[in-house]
Design a protein around this ligand. Structure first.
Ligand SMILES: Cc1cc2nc3c(=O)[nH]c(=O)nc-3n(C[C@H](O)[C@H](O)[C@H](O)COP(=O)(O)OP(=O)(O)OC[C@H]3O[C@@H](n4cnc5c(N)ncnc54)[C@H](O)[C@@H]3O)c2cc1C
Length: 539
């Protein structure tokens, strides 16, 4: 056994969530070690979608442009179609106007992108590796851990040499995916369904597939046959890489039993030349851990919640965990957090995970179209069946593809570190995002000087936004923050539009960009506000 190494934070798992946390902690200058059992190479495509919120995080870490460059080309549409085959009947078409490209959006300085993990994870990895306080250790597997009064002692094995060593950390974050060994050792109960189905992914290469049919460039193509929905053909790089997911009622456990050429021909409507990259089966799950924190150990990403890919919420919900946890770890290690700040991680993130997992499962179930015997026919009956499916698809499944509310509209309310102001919570809408400074919500985006976003002001410490009249006093809150050692900066953003958007003359924003408190005037007891938002209420 080698001598022990130590770091304030140990991250287990180098998928997008572990790497995202390393980026966030590294951006904050917090020392951390990330261990990953593989060599970090990704050969099979999984998550495709980074929603606007994930892109806002990438913007903060300085990699939004790199992600966009690695994503499908800016002019590649994010359109979804339902078809009998790519050369067959088009049943329905759903456009996604807030997705892709670089055009300005009123809701966010960033737009949803399609950058598969094949390219997204390496961008995160490169950024994490460039940060001084981050150590990345590949081919290193966590074998087990014990918790002590001061932290966690974790045993690692170097998979190249076989040597064992221990790493001591004050906190450990398990970002080790759906089969998390940390969750296993802790015996965390899971809520939900172990399996919603056993699909299979066929990953293949064929250039400019859109030249072989009349549907144009599309991102997701749902394939409907007499048995109902049977597959989903997804554009990966917008050039030559594709994924055909067979996802009907069939249970696919063994890829070698699948006739790949036949399935691809059926999807396209004719034989095409292709190169098979890989073929993998996987399990569609609906699971949420019943706890996200055990003492000094936290669960994040798929280790904490596993979603059906419908809606593309898995990776994005995991990145939301990172944004919530990163600053809380920093504050605790820096000494200005109250003793319950870290408790708020589970209180804030568990309901979001439950809602997103539930929405993904409901979306998956809504996809299961009834089989229709005449759907492939040119007859009047066939046309009627296709029209009925179109109406159903547009009415029932659009929310799966346009989910700005899920991406940007979640609020941490109630939360012990958010100061509720007695106003009514805005109605949550999966599809639509309505900007609000309701306490707990993400503070809205507005363009400020030189084309920057209000969001560019957030991240390092708390930010007190003053809008409208210069008469409102920011000093009491700033003085109280100073007294407690809480980093806080104030900005005055004059202008009617921002005053209207921010709804109150004073809005206090947390390092993760969520509203902690808002008011018409300086609070009567500013220290009480500061103690609440740093997790020391009652101190
Ligand atoms: C087919 C498919 C399609 C998907 N599509 C989407 C989508 O469109 N949008 C979306 O948002 N999500 C999608 N997802 C989900 C998405 O891929 C996951 O949510 C995401 O990868 C989770 O990231 P993670 O970092 O939490 O876990 P993972 O990506 O699973 O990473 C965990 C890492 O931990 C490592 N590890 C495990 N145990 C140890 C150990 N003992 N020691 C060291 N390292 C360890 C693993 O090697 C792995 O690299 C999809 C998933 C699938 C299966």
């Amino acid at each position: 056994m080698q001598q022990s190494k130590s770091a304030p934070v140990l991250i287990v798992g180098g998928g997008p969530v572990g790497l995202g946390l390393a980026c966030d902690l590294g951006w904050r200058g917090v020392e951390c070690i990330l261990v990953e059992q593989t060599d970090g190479e990704i050969s099979h495509p999984r998550a495709n979608v980074e929603n606007a919120r994930t892109m806002e995080m990438c913007r903060r870490w300085g990699i939004a442009e790199a992600v966009k460059k690695a994503a499908t080309p800016a002019d590649y549409p994010h359109t979804v179609v339902y078809v009998t085959s790519m050369r067959g009947y088009e049943i329905a078409r759903i456009d996604r106007p807030t997705h892709g490209g670089n055009a300005a959006s009123p809701a966010s300085p960033e737009r949803t992108q399609r950058c598969n993990q094949l390219w997204f994870d390496p961008v995160l990895k490169q950024r994490a590796a460039s940060l001084q306080s981050v150590t990345l250790r590949y081919r290193t597997r966590l074998e087990g851990f014990t918790e002590t009064a001061e932290g966690v002692v974790a045993t690692m094995v170097d998979l190249m040499s076989g040597e064992r060593e221990t790493i001591e950390a004050r906190y450990m974050v398990a970002c080790c995916g759906g089969r998390s060994p940390v969750r296993g050792q802790l015996g965390v109960p899971l809520e939900g369904e172990l399996s919603l189905g056993y699909p299979i992914n066929i990953f293949f290469k064929t250039p400019e597939l859109w030249t072989r049919h009349d549907k144009g460039k599309t991102a997701m193509n749902f394939l409907v046959g007499p048995e109902g929905l049977w597959g989903n053909l997804t554009a990966l790089d917008g050039r030559e890489l594709w994924r055909l997911t067979l996802q009907g009622t069939t249970t696919y456990r063994d890829p070698s039993t699948v006739d790949v050429a036949r399935e691809i021909s059926r999807a396209i409507g004719c034989e095409i030349p292709f190169e098979l990259m890989s073929c993998q089966s996987w399990v569609r799950r609906d699971m949420v851990a019943s706890k996200f924190r055990y003492g000094r150990v936290f669960l994040a990403g798929d280790a904490a919640h596993q979603h059906s890919p419908a809606g593309g919420f898995g990776l994005n919900t995991g990145m939301g965990d990172v944004f919530d946890l990163g600053w809380k770890l920093e504050a605790t290690l820096a000494g200005w957090a109250g003793s319950s700040l870290l408790d708020s991680y589970e209180i804030e993130r568990l309901p979001v995970a439950r809602r997103n997992v539930g929405e993904a499962t409901a979306s998956f179930r809504r996809q299961a179209l009834q089989g229709t015997h005449a759907i492939l026919e040119a007859s009047a009956e066939g046309a009627m069946e296709r029209a009925q499916i179109k109406d159903y698809v547009i009415a029932e499944t659009t929310r799966q593809f346009v989910s700005d509310g899920i991406a940007l509209g979640y609020a941490y309310a109630p939360s012990p570190i958010v100061c509720a102001d007695g106003t009514e919570a805005p109605v949550f809408d999966v599809q639509r995002y309505t900007p609000t400074t309701y306490p707990g919500a993400r503070a809205p985006h507005a363009v400020i000087d030189g084309g920057r976003s209000t969001l560019d002001l957030f991240g390092r410490g708390f930010v007190l936004i003053k809008t409208g009249s210069a008469l409102v006093d920011t000093k009491p809150l700033l003085a109280a923050a100073r007294q407690r050692g809480v980093p806080m900066t104030a900005y005055h953003l004059p202008g009617l539009e921002i005053a209207e958007l921010y709804q109150r003359p004073l809005v206090l924003v947390r390092p993760d960009g969520h509203v902690a408190w808002r008011g018409e005037t300086a609070p009567a007891d500013p220290l009480a506000i500061i103690d609440r938002i740093r997790g020391a209420a009652g101190a």
